[in-house]
Each structure stands twice: as structure tokens, then as C-alpha cells.
Design a protein around this ligand. Sequence first.
Ligand code: SAH
Length: 237
Amino acid sequence: MERLREGARTFGIELDDEQLRAFQIYLDELLAWNQKFNLTSITDPDQIISKHFLDSLSLFTVLSPQPSALSILDLGAGAGFPVVALKIVRPDWRVTLLEATRKKCDFLQHMLDVLQLQDARVLWGRAETIAHEASEREQYDLVVARAVAELSALAEYMLPFAKPLGVCVAWKGEQIEAELNAAKNVYGQLGGRLREVKAVQVPGIEQQRHLVVIEKVSRTPRTYPRREGVPSKKPLT
Ligand code: SAH
């Protein structure tokens, strides 16, 4: 856990003992549940600290000054990365974890309960459907997603959820040229605009990581996202 404390400092975050205890509980629960069904292929605690916890916290390299009381959607939250990790650091954020797989939702709800996180909820469903619900559409200051889909499809999933002037952030790996190129004309069709591609070095991860920041500049046409499966099978060009 000292590695986590030191790693977080490189992103300008000072974790207190209570937060470190919360991360330890998260790590223990993740490994325990992972025995029963597959939540993560990474099982070495040091690797979990780097590849899950610190990678999640790298958001703070593009978000500054850190605003308070954001409403944030984690699209395809899986085992809770990045938003459960972020919520431990910023308990004032209102968070929604959207996840298509029921079992993962059960784990996410368990983590929210165990860590006693307030203003946090789990939503079971697919982005293509939920994004058309009036109570969810264009409701979020910040929409984040890690390891969910290629940028062209991801933009179609994410942008409908963002408020006008809100921001979407996608976690990406080292090689992103082809993906960025394929998506360059897509953001505009969805009311978005590419703001920044930030190269990030995460302590303990050799390869460079990237955060792709897309801002919402106008309303997303009602036709998006298209029906389930279409954004990834026939991505916009
Ligand atoms: N963000 C997590 C999980 C990545 S795996 C992490 O980085 O560790 C991708 C997750 O997204 C899976 O759990 C999958 O069920 C979910 N997912 C994929 N497409 C989705 C969609 N269209 N709507 C909601 N969830 C989706």
C-alpha cells in the first residue's frame, strides 16, 4: 500500500490512512470474488495497485483544477475501474456505475456497501438503451470509460450521457494512432469535439498510457446511440 501512496503522489494526490485502508479492502474483496467468477485477469497485488488503482487515478493528470461535486458516469464499470477507485479519493463526487453484466453489478453493489460509499449507484444495462432514458441522457458532468470499446463506438456510447459542456474521458493504451484516426470525424456527428490526447506514465506500468478527452459542445442527435450492438459492429466513420 506504500506503493499506492507514493504512486498517487505523482498525480498530486495525498492519500490518507483511511483511504489506504479502503483500497486494501477493495483489493481483498476483488481477489476473493475473483475466485468465484472472473473479474480481473490480474491477481498480483502489486499489479492491481499499478494497473487498476493507479491507472484509474491517472484521471487527475487531465482534470485540474479538481472541481467538487461532479456527477460522473462510469460506462462499462466492470470491477469498478476507474470510478470506484476515484470515489475513494473524491467521496464528494456523485457516481453512477453502468454495467451490462449482472454479476459484475452484484460485485459493484457489494463494494459500495462494504466501503460505505454515499451518493453512488449501480445501473444494470447497456449504454445503447440507457442513454435514451430521459433521466440519464445528457445528465453527467463527466463520463469515463476504460477498456470498453474502440473510440468510434465509445464516442457513440459516451457523448449522449454528457451534459452540454460536459467532458468524456477514455482510457487507452500505448498504440492509439489508428483508433484516433478512425474516430476523427465521429465526435462532431455526436455533438463532441476532441480536446486533448494526454500521454500518461503510470507508476509500475512500463507502456505509456493515454487519456483521450472529448468535450461536449452541442446536443447529441436523438438517433444516437443506435440500437444495441450497432455502434461496435458498424462504427460511425
Ligand atoms: N472498465 C473496467 C471493465 C472493462 S471490461 C476496467 O477497465 O477494468 C468492459 C466492461 O464493459 C464489461 O464488464 C462489459 O460488460 C461492459 N460493457 C461493454 N459494452 C457495454 C455497453 N454497451 N453498455 C454497458 N456496459 C458495457
